[in-house]
Write a protein that binds this ligand. Structure first.
Ligand SMILES: NC(=O)c1ccc[n+]([C@@H]2O[C@H](COP(=O)([O-])OP(=O)(O)OC[C@H]3O[C@@H](n4cnc5c(N)ncnc54)[C@H](OP(=O)(O)O)[C@@H]3O)[C@@H](O)[C@H]2O)c1
Length: 266
């Protein structure tokens, strides 16, 4: 498929690399000129372009930028055809991004807000696995213990396309329902970056296992706990790397400890 990615940071680049490897035609863009993305081209095999070029003939557009950048794309996206599938990877971390969104604070699911900002139906995907997992832990379909990824959205055909891409980069897609219900895969919930198999993920998405009213608090607590590991580790994490003795397993275990119910997933 022709895929245009906006956001050439950690997640945008990892998705680009994996989708190129899976045989897709991928363009990747950022807010700055493509000439500054030579290293990203080399690492990913995707073609660096402007945002306009990345989306002009895309069948799938993937946004992988901080929330505050999203409202800026509405006008560009309004020119694209009805069949274009929009996938967004974002997570709301107001303390990390120094950006508070009152509607989300008041309980609007993050991806409902995203969809409104973009003026398009979006599929929420790629938000709930760690960068390291996305890059290194994909496996072939049918592999025992294959990690699953929840997706959410309101357009079944768009979710089908997103599911195919998720599978192509090595994860079992799990349709978790509508955008209105997508609070179940936001930071602070048991499905968020706890890297589960499909059977486990189904349980994690069960509202009985989720402290919805505490998820924002747990999200912020998780950031504080990560900061507590120290600057060396947190700056490595921002690049999707781990310093010696500290691996993605530490984060997965921290998130499971914080986000799972005390008596485990039921
Ligand atoms: N890190 C994870 O493990 C993880 C996992 C799943 C999902 N996510 C979510 O995915 C999103 C991206 O995360 P990330 O870790 O890839 O962040 P990141 O490394 O900071 O990358 C974000 C990229 O977006 C670019 N950008 C900012 N404003 C833009 C604009 N107006 N137009 C085009 N590009 C713009 C940034 O450019 P500059 O470098 O110039 O700022 C940067 O390259 C976040 O919402 C995050 O929560 C993260």
């Amino acid at each position: 498929m022709r895929i245009g990615i906006i956001g050439a940071g950690l997640i945008g680049s990892i998705i680009a690399k994996k989708l190129v490897k899976a045989g897709h035609a991928v363009k990747i863009s950022n807010e700055f000129p493509p000439e500054q993305l030579k290293d990203v081209e080399e690492r990913t095999g995707a073609t660096a372009t402007t945002i306009d070029e990345a989306i002009e003939d895309a069948e799938v557009v993937i946004t992988s930028v901080p929330n505050k950048a999203l409202p800026g794309f509405k006008e560009k996206f309004s020119r694209l055809g009805e069949n274009v599938v929009f996938i967004d990877t974002s997570n709301y971390f107001p303390a990390r991004d120094n950006y508070v969104i009152e509607e989300i604070e008041a309980g609007k699911p993050e991806s409902v807000w995203v969809s409104e900002q973009l003026g398009r139906p979006v599929v929420k995907a790629f938000n709930s696995l760690l960068g390291y997992t996305l890059e290194h832990e994909g496996t072939a379909k049918g592999t025992k213990g294959r990690i699953a990824m929840a997706i959410a959205g309101d357009v079944p055909e768009h979710k089908k396309v997103a599911s195919q891409l998720v599978d192509a980069i090595g994860f079992d897609p799990l349709d978790s329902g509508s955008l209105e219900d997508s609070w179940r895969l936001q930071p602070g919930t048991p499905a968020y970056c706890t890297e589960l198999t499909i059977e486990e993920l189904e349980k994690a998405l069960n509202p009985e296992n989720i402290h919805r009213e505490r998820s924002a608090e747990l999200r912020d607590l998780s950031l504080q706990r990560l900061a507590g590991y120290g600057e060396k580790i947190t700056s490595a994490l921002g690049k999707g790397e781990y310093v010696e003795g500290f691996t993605s397993k530490h984060i997965v275990n921290l998130y499971r400890e914080l986000f799972f119910p005390a008596d485990g997933l039921k």
